[in-house]
Design a protein around this ligand. Structure first.
Ligand code: SAM
Length: 160
């Protein structure tokens, strides 16, 4: 598969999975977490599809498009290895939707990182909440769910 096809699959799948997860959790009052701001494209989409919901962004170094930069009070700056445990103390198991897109270009490194952060993410999700990830995650109790129409298998994952 060309890198262009893989990129298109990832973008298409992120949108389909985020739209699906936003709709399925619309009745929940807990915060939404965006892990990895990057350019801010998925954050911008999440703001658009989830008006009125609190979206906290976890990022170690903000370098986003100006239109996709969260307000200071919704930004949790630092390495997720440190900020996710702090978030558990602050929010408890209340997140209605968590989206993680923390990876780079190296699949082996992405997989190792996903293994390391999975136990830090799992306790943050509220009962009935959904977790959307660009990489396969390694949870003890959350189960991998079917993808919505339009998402490409292995380009995105949903857990709940
Ligand atoms: N979803 C974003 C978008 O649509 O523009 C792209 C996210 S980009 C692929 C990954 C982001 O995760 C980068 O901005 C990187 O700085 C961040 N990141 C990677 N590892 C991190 C870590 N350990 N702690 C905090 N942020 C991290």
């Amino acid at each position: 598969m060309s890198r262009l096809d893989a990129f298109i699959n990832r973008m298409t799948s992120q949108r389909a999975c985020l739209n699906h997860a936003a709709e399925k959790t619309a009745h929940m009052s807990g915060p939404v977490f965006e892990l990895g701001l990057g350019n801010g494209r998925t954050y911008h989409h999440m703001v658009e599809i989830m008006p009125g919901r609190d979206i906290y962004v976890f990022e170690r170094a903000v370098a986003s498009h100006p239109e996709s930069t969260p307000p200071d009070d919704m930004l949790i700056l630092g390495d997720v290895n440190e900020t996710l445990p702090q978030a558990l103390e602050r929010f408890g198991p209340t997140a209605s939707l968590i989206h993680a897109d923390l990876g780079g270009h190296n699949p082996e490194k992405n997989d190792a990182f996903a293994r390391a952060v999975s136990p830090l993410i799992e306790p943050l999700l509220a009962k009935g909440g959904l977790m959307v990830a660009s990489d396969r995650m390694y949870f003890d109790n959350l189960k991998e769910l079917d993808l919505p129409p339009g998402a490409v298998p292995n380009s995105c994952f949903i857990y709940g």
